[in-house]
Design a binder for this molecule. Structure first.
Ligand code: NAD
Length: 375
């Protein structure tokens, strides 16, 4: 998700920055561990664009269980600047084609892939071959075939593959998952979600790859819709839908949306009769999710998926949970999972499931047919 650049989103972005700054200054919270951590894991960020610069780099200053120890970048000058700013040695600056040399480097335990979607697979596979655990940004890849190759490479190398699904580590979204798992209101049967931002000229200039089919894999469905797919699956206790239907929205700006969709609406249909109606768009700023069961409901208020503190309301009232920086919570959560030898709550298989759902949605939108999901 890029920083949306209309005025509402700009305010949100500034809010995010101050929230991040507040967290850096706040007393650190330590989660309960099965076994005490023996070390801080070293993370190398691969791809030093917007998300690494504004969110992940700063978050890695505030994390308890991991820290930034290196980078992979196409720009040696940028690498040196990051090394100076974050205080790691120049030997920990790698280029995309020198990643194999990382193999003997004990400072780096995890490579965090933060490049355009279309290069996630080659970047993740290179990191696995260097013997490093991998966190891959969402969406995991442009195709299920690429996801399979990534999972196989990590398995072969004996390293862990997780997806940068920060909201699994965010308390309000985790509470939604608990409500679903424990069937507090009964199983969620009716869901509605939407996520998008206005792809205006400033946003376009900052993020041209998002409009490029090869690099992005698609339009707002790949970028923003994945959050809605995630929320629906979370509300269905991580089950995949059995089938989807979908329609592309009108193309109002053909000069901008020549390769990828401008918006798409879809439905997800579950084996127990549950149904979700969903929207992903580059035409408006929207971010909401609601799930209804026979004995109550839960709603993530606007903005449901941005970096702000989500607000969760249920049929029993407003839910009060701690405010966290999403990226700090995710990075520490994943580091603790590794240090404690626990399985991840956002594994590569989950990223693959979501890409399979996305592929079915595109197939349904192209054909106008109901498409069964093989996740
Ligand atoms: P960006 O354009 O700001 O940065 C991408 C970086 O990748 C740039 O530094 C660019 O130089 C580098 N790069 C490496 N190989 C490249 C290639 N072949 N072509 C083009 N650029 C290449 O993008 P971003 O907003 O930082 O997004 C990067 C990834 O992070 C995307 O997968 C995106 O979906 C994800 N993301 C996730 C979140 C979240 O909340 N989880 C938020 C923003 C972005």
């Amino acid at each position: 998700m890029p920083h949306s650049l209309n005025s509402v989103s700009r305010r949100r972005f500034l809010g995010q920055l101050s929230a991040a700054a507040a967290l850096v200054l706040a007393p650190r919270r330590v989660r309960a561990l099965d076994t005490p951590p023996t070390k801080k894991l070293g993370v190398a960020l691969l791809g030093l664009g917007s998300y690494s610069t504004h969110e992940l780099g700063p978050a890695l200053r505030a994390t308890e269980h991991c820290h930034l120890t290196g980078v992979v970048t196409g720009s040696p000058a940028k690498g040196k600047e990051w090394a100076r700013k974050y205080g790691f040695p120049k030997k920990n600056i790698f280029a995309y084609d020198t990643m194999a040399q990382m193999a003997g480097n004990p400072d780096i335990d995890i490579v965090y892939v933060v490049t355009p979607n279309g290069v996630h697979a080659e970047n993740c596979i290179a990191a696995a071959k260097a013997g490093k655990h991998v966190i891959c940004e969402k969406p995991m890849a442009n195709s299920v075939a690429d996801c399979d190759a990534m999972i196989a490479a990590c398995r072969e190398a004996g390293v862990r593959l997780t997806v940068g699904y920060r909201l699994h580590y965010e308390p309000h979204h985790a509470e939604l998952a608990r409500l679903a798992r424990e069937k507090v209101f009964g199983p969620f049967m009716r869901m509605d979600g939407a996520n998008g931002f206005t792809m205006d000229s400033e946003a376009r200039a900052n993020t041209l790859w998002r409009l490029n089919k090869k690099l992005a894999g698609g339009g707002p469905l790949m970028d923003m819709g994945v959050y809605v797919v995630q929320a629906v699956c979370m509300a269905k206790v991580e089950a995949a839908p059995i089938a989807v239907t979908a329609t592309f929205g009108p193309v109002t700006r053909p000069d901008v949306f020549s390769e990828v969709e401008e918006s798409v609406k879809w439905t997800m249909e579950y084996a127990d009769g549950a149904k979700a109606t969903c929207l992903a768009t580059y035409g408006e700023s929207v971010s909401r999710f609601r799930a209804e069961a026979d004995h109550g409901w839960a709603q993530l208020e606007e903005p449901a998926f941005y970096y702000d503190e989500p607000m969760l309301t249920t049929s029993q009232g407003k839910v009060h949970l701690p405010k966290v920086n999403h990226q700090v919570a995710q990075l520490d959560g994943m580091a603790l999972e590794l240090l404690a030898g626990r399985p991840s709550i956002a594994p590569g298989e989950m990223g693959r499931r979501d890409v399979a759902i996305v592929e079915a949605i595109y197939a349904a939108a192209r054909s106008g047919q109901r498409v069964e999901v093989r996740a």
